[in-house]
Ligand binder design. Structure first.
Ligand SMILES: Cc1cc2nc3c(=O)[nH]c(=O)nc-3n(C[C@H](O)[C@H](O)[C@H](O)COP(=O)(O)OP(=O)(O)OC[C@H]3O[C@@H](n4cnc5c(N)ncnc54)[C@H](O)[C@@H]3O)c2cc1C
Length: 256
């Protein structure tokens, strides 16, 4: 294993300064993805920025290094329910919301499950990096990707109503097959899907159908207009296509 300098900032400002433009920096939060990558030689960080002491844990203004386990008790729905489904107790204690948001796509499974409730909640993402500090909508942040950004915090408002539904997994180390987050925010009902591809996506056709007065079952049929499920190690694209409308219906039924 090659040596790496480990930077341990003790405030968000120090973390931002240490990150700079992100060149040559590997951000280490909970490390549940990064540490196995290093051990297996998939990453060879020159400098590692550890966020565990950076004062980036907190809630509602959710600090990027907030453990997923904390979200289970303290986050608004549907984020809390999604957090409760990440891995097992040990993973949830170590994994952070920032690491989940920025989880790079894996070849064999879907991860970054919390992106779906963050999309449904219309979260904002405050980050620093090239060009300085900025706050993006979650949609814009996920579209642009997290390369060169250090996420400082997520900003979420309590929704009027929220719901979640998912295809059950055989055990806690099984990754997500499909999970749906729905929330009524100030801008209307937002619906997002995790597990269908490398990152979570919204289902705008479902949202538009609901706004036009469609029933949950009718609106859910539109999910396949937006989402093209993919194959991975836990489920086939065919299976996901078959069950997606039913799981979306279940989430929307839970919303009413
Ligand atoms: C057994 C097991 C089960 C798992 N089950 C699930 C599951 O059910 N659902 C799921 O979604 N994931 C799952 N994962 C994947 C992973 O644990 C989670 O996605 C976790 O939330 C990642 O967070 P972390 O803090 O550990 O990230 P890290 O490993 O520290 O980092 C992950 C990535 O994000 C970057 N990063 C971290 N923090 C920031 C930041 N603040 N700003 C910018 N970039 C940052 C890192 O550089 C790295 O690229 C599982 C992993 C294991 C090992």
């Amino acid at each position: 294993m090659t040596k790496t300098d480990v930077l341990v900032p003790t405030s968000p400002e120090n973390a931002a300064a240490a990150f700079g433009d992100g060149a040559g920096i590997t951000v280490l939060a909970g490390g549940t993805i990064v540490m196995p990558d290093i051990k297996l030689g998939r990453r060879r960080p020159q400098r590692t920025l550890y966020l565990g002491r950076a004062g980036l844990d907190g809630s509602y203004r959710i600090g990027a290094a907030t453990p997923v386990a904390v979200l289970v008790d303290e986050a608004p729905e549907p984020l809390a329910t999604f957090a409760a489904r990440v891995g097992d107790r040990e993973i949830r204690g170590q994994a952070t919301i920032g690491g989940n948001l920025c989880a790079p796509p894996a070849e064999t499974v879907s991860r970054g499950d919390l992106q779906a409730p963050l999309l449904a909640l219309d979260a904002r993402v405050r980050s620093v990096g090239v060009g300085g500090e900025r706050t993006d909508s979650i949609d814009d942040f996920l579209e642009a990707g997290s390369d060169g950004r250090l996420v400082l915090e997520l900003l979420v408002d309590e929704p009027r109503r929220a719901a979640a539904a998912a295809v059950g997994r055989p055990h806690a180390h099984g990754f997500t097959i499909l999970a749906i987050a729905a929330a009524e925010t100030a801008s209307g009902i937002r619906v997002a899907v995790a597990g269908a591809g490398p990152r979570a996506v919204r289902a705008p056709s479902v949202e538009q159908a609901l706004a036009a007065g469609a029933s949950p079952g009718e609106a859910a049929q539109k999910a396949l207009d937006d989402i093209d499920p993919q194959d991975d190690a836990v489920a086939s694209a065919h299976y996901r296509r078959q069950v997606l409308p039913a799981v979306v219906t279940r989430a929307l039924d839970n919303l009413s």
